[in-house]
Design a protein. Sequence first.
Lengths: 482, 482
Amino acid sequence: MGKTGKQGHKKRYNSEQGTTIHSLNESSGGVSFGVSAGLRDAMEDALLNQNFEGVKKLLIDLRAQDISDLINHLKHRFREPLFHLLKEDLDPQILVGVTPSLQIELLNLLDIEQVVSVIKKLPSDDALGLLETMDEEWVHRILKRIPVSERSTFEQVLQYPDKSAGRLMQREVVCVPEHWCVAQVLTFIRDRPKSMVQLPRFFYDVFVVNPRHHPVGRVPVNQLLRHDSETLIQDIMMENVNAFPDVADQEDVAQAFKHYALVSAPIISSSGRIIGMVTVDDIVHVLEEEAEEDILYMNKVKGDSDFYAPIPTTAYWRTRWLLITLVNTLIASYVISQFQASIQQITALSFLMTINAAMGGNAGMQVVTVVVRALATRSLLEEDTWRAVRKELGVSLLAGGFCSLLLGVIAGFWVNSVTLGIILSVSLICNMLWASFAGTLLPIIVSRFNLDPAISAGPILTTTTDVFGYALFLGLATLFLM
Amino acid sequence: MGKTGKQGHKKRYNSEQGTTIHSLNESSGGVSFGVSAGLRDAMEDALLNQNFEGVKKLLIDLRAQDISDLINHLKHRFREPLFHLLKEDLDPQILVGVTPSLQIELLNLLDIEQVVSVIKKLPSDDALGLLETMDEEWVHRILKRIPVSERSTFEQVLQYPDKSAGRLMQREVVCVPEHWCVAQVLTFIRDRPKSMVQLPRFFYDVFVVNPRHHPVGRVPVNQLLRHDSETLIQDIMMENVNAFPDVADQEDVAQAFKHYALVSAPIISSSGRIIGMVTVDDIVHVLEEEAEEDILYMNKVKGDSDFYAPIPTTAYWRTRWLLITLVNTLIASYVISQFQASIQQITALSFLMTINAAMGGNAGMQVVTVVVRALATRSLLEEDTWRAVRKELGVSLLAGGFCSLLLGVIAGFWVNSVTLGIILSVSLICNMLWASFAGTLLPIIVSRFNLDPAISAGPILTTTTDVFGYALFLGLATLFLM
C-alpha cells in the first residue's frame, strides 16, 4: 500500500469545517461525539480489503481530532496502513491527538523532512508537545532544519524544566500600556507590524503592563468591545491579574487557575517581565492528566494509553505492577509461615488472620487516597503534616475502634473464644492506627523526594499493613493461646 | 460575638482587586497560592482570643476565593465564629468557594432575607449551584422573594435534569445573523437595549445564527477585533460549531469540550434554537469532579470534602465503606473456615492461599480501573463490550500466565511439593481470568443501571476474587492432596 490513497482527499478532513450538532443517543441517552463503533468497524473492513476508495469516503467530513480518535480505536495492525494513506497530505493535528505512545510509533513512519514540515505547520505549543516525545538526537536533527527565528524559540522553551509553566505557555501574548485608550489597542491588534511577535490565535485577555513590561492589570477582550474607543485602558482594566513565574510547576499553575477560575494568565521571567501566557484549554489537560495519573498509579496501572495499547504491551505493563504485588504477597506469606505450629493447633487463626490484613489494607488505602489528592490539589499544606496525622489518627480511633470492636465480638462468638475475639480486636485497632499513621506520612515523604506520591505509596503501605496485620495477630495468639 | 466585626472592612475583600504575582516557595520550589498555614494559624489564634481587630486585619487583601479556602482550612469550631464576622457584609462569592457540605452549614446560619440577597447578587450559574444544595422547601421560599423575571429563569433551569447541560449553561449568550458586518455586531454589543437578555460577563465566541435561531457558525471575539468594521460576519465566521442539546449529560459535554479543545459552545433546545452557552471554566470543574469521584470511590472514600470535614464526620463516612470490606472479608473467612481440616493437615495451605486472593484482587482492580476511566472519558464504546472483554482476557492470559507460572515454581520449591505448585498455578490463572472477565463486565453493567461504575465495581469484584481464589485453591488442594 502506501501511496495509493493520495489524490482527491485534500482538505476533506480540514479541522475548521462543519457545524456539529451533538445529538442524543436514543438508547443510552448519552451525547455522541468522536468515532462510533460502526465507523471504526467499517474502516477496519475497508483496510482489510485494501479498499482505499472506501477508506477515503469514510474520512470525508471527519475533523482531525476524530481521525486521531479513529486511529486510537483501530486494532493495532490497522493503524499503520491507515496512517500510510493519510501521510501524503497529512493534517499535523492528527498527530497531536493520538496517545503519546502512538505518537512515537507514527512519527517513526515519517522521514525527517515530513516531520520537519509537521513541526513547522503546528502552533508552537503543539509542536513542542511532539518534540518532547522524541529522543534528543532527533530533536537536534529536526531543529537544524528549521529557520533560525523559529528554532531559537523552541530552543529557549526546551530549556525550561519539564512540566514547567515555561513549557506550557505560548509566547504570543498581547500587552498594552495603561495610558492607551481602547482605540489604540484595537489599532495595535489590527495593524501590528509584521516584525513583531505574532498575535495568539485565540486570546481572552489583553494584559496591561508598566514601562518595565511588568503586569499591572488585564482587560477581558469582551470589555474592549463594550467600551467607546476613547475609554482609557486604566479605567476599564481589572487589577486582579495572576502572574506565574516561568519555572513554576505546571500543576501548581493549573490548581491556581481552578482556584481563581482564571481563563488566561501571563507568565513572567525572573525579572518580572511578561514573556508569554497560559490559557485555560492547556490547563484542562494538565488537571485531567494529574487526576488520571493518580487514579491509574494508585490502582497499579501504567500512566497512559493502557486502554489503546495492543495486548502484549498492556500485558507487559500490567505484569510489572503485578510483580510488586507478588513480592508483597510472598513477604506476607513468609510471615504467616513462621506461625505454622500455632495455625496447626488452632485452625481458626487461618481464617481470622485474613480479616486483619484486609481491614488494615483498606483503611490504609482510604487514607492514602485522601492524602494523595489533597497533595495534588494543594489542599494539604506542607507545614500541616502533623495536623493531618493527628486528624487521621483520630478518625482511625473512631472508625477503626468501631470496626475492631464489632469484628472482635463477631469472631469471639464465631469461634467461641473470648480470648481470640480480644486478640483480633486489639491487633486490628493497632493495624488500623498504623495504616493511618503510615498512610498519611508515606505520600508526604515520597513527594518530598520529588516522586509521584500515588505511584509509591499504595504498594509500600499495603505490604506493611499485611505484614503488620498477620504478625501482630498471629504473634499475640501464639503468645496467649499456645 | 456576632455583630462586632461589622464596621470598616467593607470592600476590603473585594474579589476584583490586586495583582497577584505567584512567587516560588524557596524550600519546596512550588508556587504558593490560596491560604498559607501561617495565615490559618494566625486566624485561629485571633478567633480563639476574640481579637476581632486582628481578624479584620488578616482579612484585608484576601480575595473571596482565598477567604473560602481559609474557611475550608480552619478547624471546625472556628468556622462559625469567622462566618459570623463576615456575615454582615458578605461577599456572596465566599459561599460559592467552600466545600458543598460547608455551604449547607453556612447557609443555615443566615436568615432567609440574607440568603435571598446572596442569590440575587450572584451570577445565575453560581446562584443555581447554591440553590441546588438546599432542600426543596427552602428553594421554594427563596424563589418566592425574588422578582418574577429572575425567578422564572431559575425555575426553568431547575426543571432540567440534574447534571445536564441545561443546568450547567448560562442563559446569557451573544447571537448574531450571518449577514451582519463587524460594525453591526460591535454596536449590538455596546448599545443593546436594556430590555434584552443581558450580555454574559465574559464571552469568547459570538455565535452566528440563521433566521430560526439555529447555530450555523461562530466568530471568536478576538477575530472581531482584528477585522475592519465593514467585514461581513459570514466571511470571517468559523463553521466548526459544536452545539449540545440542553438535556445532554454534563459529563458528555465536558468530554467533547476536551476532545475538540472548545472554549465555549451553544446549548440548543429540542427544536434546535440556541438558548444558552457553556464555557470552559465550568467544564474544568465537571472534568475534575468526575475524575475525583472515580479516584475516591474506587478507593472507598466519600465523594467530596472528606479532607476538610471534622473527625467524627470523616470517621462516619469512612466506617460506612469499611463495613463493606468487613462483610467482604467475613465472607472470605467463612469460605476458608470450610477447609479447616485440610489446613490442619497441610499448614502450607494457610500461607499459600493468601497469594491467590491478593493476586486476583490486584489484577481485578487494574482491569476495573482501566474500564472505569475508559467509560468516563467515553473511550469505551458501549458496542465494544465484548471486544474489551476479549482484550482483557488476552492480557490476563499473558500477564496472569506468567505470574502464575512464576508463583507456582516458587511455591513448589518452597514447600517442596510439585502438586501444590501446580495447584497454585492453576487456581491462580483461573482467578486472574475471572478477575479480567468480571472486572471488564461489572463496571459496564453497573453503568447501564445508571450507577457510577467506580462506586460499585471495586468492592463487589474484590469479594468475588477473594471467595473464588480461596475456594478454588483450597478446594483443589483438598481434592488432590487429602
